[in-house]
Design a protein around this ligand. Structure first.
Ligand code: ZN
Length: 361
């Protein structure tokens, strides 16, 4: 998946001026005159996600995995946990309905006191941290936009003691696998005609694009293991949403791409706030993105703020949630001012609107 969608289609000229009043953002192809849902309305489109309930497995799965817990405990911790030990693993996810493109909050209660817990999910490592008050292990992950609908396992492995000897540590490991159904999200679809200058850059522009691409490849796939984020992610601006994540765009009748961020309709000069605590990974102008700030929140989680008119932070600086990182604008390939915000987790883009809703510890 490319950064904010590659532009591949050829184009008729000027059509978007007529259709979109010159407000089309070629970076993200935001149609700022439609879908004026506003953040609250946008978020309210998925009320079920607010509830924290255990995902109900389909009957076939329930049957197949009944009893796997007991087996897992017995095999995973020989001689340590008496069979009379009645507690069990509890794994909850939020949003309850898992779809491609969404961040996922895992909440785990283990049958024994653990020193550490780690998980594997869709080929990614999930870091868990303990919330002492509720004795719950919490980890944040996601489902890439490309993930096909199906049943996927979360494989958990916990250490019941901080035993230094490898043999003893292995003996004190307990594991558990829980499978989840991932469904296909129904993202909106729009047809857009764009100007040729956005799809067929000159040799000089191509050089700039390639340079920016190198910078992005270098910075955007970094994973800092330590968690810097704490608590909920906040919206970067109080403004209506002009386009949602995942919108499928048919360019000039053929090429398809997906909108990999969330667009806020803001006039130029509006303060843009850090969505959570982190370190400024990148703060520099890029070809498509314009003045772009990337924050590293740790555990492979980045937030990206595009088209800024002004930077308010420098690379390497630590920021708090809500701190101004810049002022909105229309720099880069944007024909109108707006704020495009993206959330990237271990190399995959996730829906920022869903992340903002998650009750993170
Ligand atoms: Zn956008």
């Amino acid at each position: 998946m490319s950064w904010a969608g590659d532009i591949k289609s050829s184009a008729e000229t000027g059509a978007h001026e007529r259709n979109y009043g010159g407000m089309l953002c070629p970076e993200c192809y935001a149609d700022v005159v439609t879908q004026e849902t506003g953040l609250p309305a946008c978020i309210q489109t998925t009320p079920r996600q607010e509830r924290m309930t255990t995902l109900r497995r389909p009957q076939s799965l329930r049957t197949r995995f009944s009893g796997s817990l007991v087996i897992g405990m017995v095999l995973g911790s020989p001689g340590l946990l008496p069979l009379t030990f009645a507690a069990s693993w509890t794994v909850k996810v939020q949003p309850v309905r898992l779809v491609n493109g969404a961040p996922v909050l895992f909440q785990v209660k283990a049958p024994a006191r653990l020193q550490s817990l780690r998980g594997t999910w869709l080929g990614h490592e999930i870091s868990f941290s303990l919330v002492s008050a509720s004795k719950t292990w919490v980890g944040l992950g996601g489902v890439s936009l490309e993930t096909s609908p199906g049943i996927y396992p979360l494989e958990l492995s916990g250490e019941t003691s901080a035993e230094k000897s490898a043999a003893k540590a292995a003996a004190r490991q307990i594991s558990f696998t829980r499978k989840f159904v991932i469904r296909r999200a129904s993202y909106p679809k729009t047809e857009i005609t764009v100007d040729r200058k956005f799809t067929e850059p000159s040799p000089d522009q191509t050089k700039q694009i390639d340079e920016a691409k190198k910078i992005k490849q270098d910075f955007l796939n970094r994973v800092t293991p330590e968690r810097e984020w704490a608590g909920r992610f906040a919206a970067p601006a109080v403004a209506p949403i002009s386009d949602v994540f995942g919108t499928q765009r048919v360019f000039n009748g053929k090429t398809q791409s997906s909108h990999l961020g969330l667009d806020f309709r803001v006039p130029s000069g509006t303060p843009v706030a850090a969505m959570n605590a982190g370190t400024v990974l990148l703060a520099r102008p890029l070809y498509f993105e314009g003045n772009c700030v990337v924050l590293d929140h740790g555990q492979g989680l980045l937030t990206i703020y595009m088209h800024l008119s002004e930077f308010k932070v420098k690379e390497g600086e630590q920021v708090a949630r809500g701190q101004q990182v810049g002022l909105s604008g229309g720099t880069g390939r944007a024909t109108g001012p707006h704020l495009h915000v993206a959330v990237r987790w271990q190399g995959t883009y996730l829906d920022p609107a869903v992340l903002i809703k998650l009750p993170l510890p």
